[in-house]
Ligand binder design. Structure first.
Ligand code: TMP
Length: 210
């Protein structure tokens, strides 16, 4: 019942473009769609997102960060994702638990078994039906993301300020999970042109949702 589609990737990999393509295709093909994001998706979860991404005067522990993303996830799941899936809708979620394995597991070095325990607690058996992973060299992705942040007059958030090694670890976990869960993941080269990315995404959607 319903279809749970998530979009993942490092900073600057082209998630926003991908999401636009996905939403356009789903709507054009008559699907009933809701869009959400993580951390976020509900008022409380968006507040938690603000706390995760903001820079604080005190050090944010890796455990506190992990628990905040799962607290936000619990809200998003109960208020947005599960009700929509129960109504047979397609849920498009910008990041989900694969991001926790990549950022808190790979990036911060938290044991993946700890993440798996929280995953089970918060989600039960809920897993994405399909994950589009936009893959890009971190050097290229970060240059794009940081350029965009500066263009918009903003400052980099707490995670965007991490080291290049952090993002290499994030990418390695994403790619390792894509190999481990081939039925779930579709890996898209984010360094391709927009029309190439678009064609790849549409092909993947046609395979699963036509
Ligand atoms: P973005 O989706 O707008 O890129 O920003 C969300 C940020 O939050 C991004 O840097 C990845 C990070 N994040 C985690 O660290 N863990 C998570 O579980 C999720 C969903 C996101």
């Amino acid at each position: 019942m319903g279809f749970f589609l998530t979009i993942e990737g490092c900073e600057g990999a082209g998630k926003t473009t991908a999401k636009g393509v996905v939403l356009h295709w789903l709507n054009a093909n008559g699907h009933d769609v809701i869009e959400t994001r993580e951390p976020g998706g509900t008022p409380l979860a968006e507040q938690l997102r603000g706390l995760v991404l903001a820079r604080h005067d005190e050090t944010v522990t890796d455990t506190a960060e992990l628990l905040m993303v799962f607290a936000a996830r619990s809200q998003n799941l109960s208020q947005r994702v599960e009700p929509a899936l129960a109504e047979g809708k397609v849920v498009v979620c910008d990041r989900f638990t694969d991001a926790t394995y990549a950022y808190q597991g790979g990036g911060r070095g938290i044991d993946e078994h700890c993440i798996a325990i929280l995953e089970q607690l918060v989600q039960g058996d809920r897993r994405p039906d399909m994950t589009l992973l936009l893959d890009i060299e971190p050097e290229l992705g970060l240059a794009r993301a940081r350029g965009r942040a500066i263009e918009q007059g903003g400052i980099l958030d707490r995670i965007e300020r991490e080291t290049i090694e952090f993002f290499h670890r994030v990418r390695q976990v994403y790619l390792a999970r894509a190999e481990r869960f081939p039925h779930q993941y579709v890996v898209i080269d984010g360094s391709q042109s927009i029309p190439e990315v678009e064609a790849h995404i549409i092909k993947a959607l046609q395979c699963r949702l036509l």
